[in-house]
Write a protein that binds this ligand. Structure first.
Ligand code: HEM
Length: 231
């Protein structure tokens, strides 16, 4: 079966409800995107504890693992996993449906009105998915960490970023996060019906400001370790 036939079959299998419609799945992408960007923003703020030293950072990590008698982190993990799963499902099925609707493709790609970030959403999203798996194996399970100590998240943070290749991958992944977030924040407000010429510059400003803040601060972490500022 060709890609087009597979996706037509998939679209038929999805039926005619809200989630089968492309608008419904765009709303799913927007709502789950907000949950994920919200997490990334809070996570970036939480990690600033690293600038306050080992005691603060380890106390913060300990709080995350023990809140609500250890159940809190599992509530967050289930929400994040569900949001990420639905986000990828909506992205993949929308892409397949678009291909099925236009199996031959445009002879010359028209980029009018699009940005580099919007055209590369599938690439930045895929690199982010790879990064998230690596990141969990690096700092949560320690599987790919050079000397992981479950009792000392601060030491894991510092020793993890002392490896230049790891620090470099984090920086590249944060640049992809920036592209994904900049277009994603802009576009989710559109999917939720908040676009209006009067508010467009506000939406653009919000997307740019939040992205620069999250990516800018996140990139400082590996650089601060390599520069010996966090040690
Ligand atoms: C340079 C930027 C980042 C740093 C320094 C960082 C640092 C960390 C650290 C140290 C942990 C482990 C905490 C612990 O075990 O106590 C962690 C967990 C995690 N991080 Fe990040 N992170 C960064 C960016 C990101 C990004 C961009 C995402 C998502 C796109 C992300 C998603 C997660 C997730 C899902 C967890 C696992 C939470 C859990 O235990 O379930 N991180 N991060």
């Amino acid at each position: 079966m060709s890609v087009a036939e597979q996706s037509i079959a998939g679209a038929e299998a999805r039926g005619h409800g809200f989630l089968a419609s492309s608008v419904g799945r765009k709303v799913v992408m927007a709502v789950t995107g907000i949950v994920l960007f919200g997490f990334v923003t809070v996570h970036m703020i939480g990690n600033t504890q690293a600038y306050m030293g080992a005691e603060h950072f380890n106390a913060y990590a300990h709080f995350l693992k023990t809140m609500l008698h250890g159940g809190g982190i599992w509530i967050f993990r289930s929400i994040l996993l569900t949001a990420a799963g639905l986000h990828v499902w909506a992205a993949v099925t929308l892409t397949l449906d678009n291909r099925a609707a236009r199996p031959v493709g445009y002879r010359a790609q028209q980029n009018v009105g699009s940005t580099f970030a919007s055209r590369t959403m599938r690439w930045s999203g895929t690199i982010l998915a790879v990064f998230i798996v690596y990141h969990l194996l690096h700092f949560t399970t320690g599987t790919v960490h050079p000397n992981f100590d479950p009792a000392n998240p601060y030491a894991n943070f510092v020793n993890g970023f002392k490896v230049p290749a790891a620090a470099g991958f984090y920086i590249v992944a944060q640049l992809c996060l920036g592209l994904h977030m900049w277009h994603g924040v802009w576009s989710c407000t559109q999917s939720l019906g908040l676009s209006h010429p009067r508010y467009d510059s506000l939406r653009r400003g919000f997307a740019t400001g939040l992205t620069l803040l999250v990516v800018g601060v996140n990139i400082t972490y590996p650089i601060a370790v390599l520069a010996g500022i966090i040690h």
